[in-house]
Write a protein that binds this ligand. Sequence first.
Ligand code: GLU
Length: 503
Amino acid sequence: MTKNVRVRFAPSPTGPLHIGGVRTALFNYLFAKKHGGEFVLRIEDTDQNRYVEGAEQYIIDSLNWCGIPFDEGVGKDGGFGPYRQSERKHLYKEYADDLITKGKAYYAFDTAEKLDFHRKDHEAKGKTFIYNWHNRLKLDNSLSMMPEEVEKRLASGEDFVIRFLTPPNEKLHLKDIIRGDIEIDTNILDDKVLFKSDGMPTYHLANIVDDHLMEISHVIRGEEWLPSLALHQQLYNAFGWQAPEFAHLPLIMKPVGKGKLSKRDGEKGGFPVFPLSWNESVGYRESGYFPEAVINFLALLGWNPGTEQEIFSLQELVDTFSLERVNKSGARFDPDKTKWYNHHYLQLKTNNELANLFETEVSEKTIGNAITFSNEYIIKVVSMIKERATFVSDFWELSDYFFVAPSTYNEKAANKQWKDETSDIMQKLIPVLEDISDFSSSNVETIVKSWISEQELSFGKVMPPLRLILVGDMKGPHIFDIMGMIGKDQSIERITTAIEKFG
Ligand code: GLU
């Protein structure tokens, strides 16, 4: 690669960033880092009607949380600012004027009502109204009017837009790194508005001007922008600028059925579609996902390493990523897989880190209880149960019996495990436990097991009811590990309570 790699993520602050937007940002980030380039964040806020308060900050926070911060952008000047299009307003008009001077664009005065009339009229005849070569000379614009008339209208302050003059009968050759070569007949294109009557550029003009001025080398964006590529390429040609290279990423598809993954799919399926919470929509962060997991599953939505490898750290992604390995076809979103990734990354955390994340919940749930729990204790609990957890929020349900005595017992298990003789057996076990001075898991195990043999009891008569007594259910790790953890007094207390209840 000869030129400096500079890529940009250019969201419009019209609401929270969809997970698909994060994927676009990620692929830009990976590409930039792989080639030692710059990752720029540009805020495309020219459409004032769709501006949403807080959305820009949300975008920045999301990138930071995911661990893919931008190098240049709002608040991080790299010499190409400002990075909000609303602060670059003054720049665009001269470029639109330049195209007019070059004969590549024209003024159009058609009122909204007139255009609407044409649209409806065409619809009624089963046609689509396209503002282009076949009707532009019949409409109200500087191509169909005498120059004096145009001057007069402009001088009187009449509303106008500036439209691109699409050259007819040309075959455009577009290049896309992912999709290969695309040929487009210019006769099917419309004369898109570049500059609006409110004095603001449209997305197309601002986007091209900024990509040029910011020296963007590669435009990596979602497939929904592919239809704009023909216009963008023509704009570069019209200005006489070298176009960046383009890569249009495949859509992220619904888990089932056809179409693009939407907010509604998340609501229906009970999974997040936003990185961070936004109003009542819960984000990946708040659902307990680790950013490493989110990055990893997003990377594999549309890109594949060409091997069976599924687990990638961010650095490994940077090293392995290439646009050539991005697929053309849509990538189906799999909510179960996102959990699988989170489970994986949870296992990689140290018990210490996990205990720190769990600690607050433990204190909240045990508030007012006589016993408080040390950090070491929580670390040990975490080490015993994390294998079965996908999220830290699963911990309490998996481990509550380490902290509080069961208040209920699984009814089905109780009916099955609590036999006529169980109360008697448990009653006899109490003094045995009382006599143990070293209440470590292994010592308790040795003593209880030999007591079972001495008494000529079967394990099945002692161990399952004991689990029910201590846990309230038939789940949990090795029974003696639980006893070693909760200690002698708690173990005996739980046995006594159960005898009272079932005996
Ligand atoms: N502002 C556009 C968006 O919201 C940017 C498209 C592009 O990257 O060119 O996605």
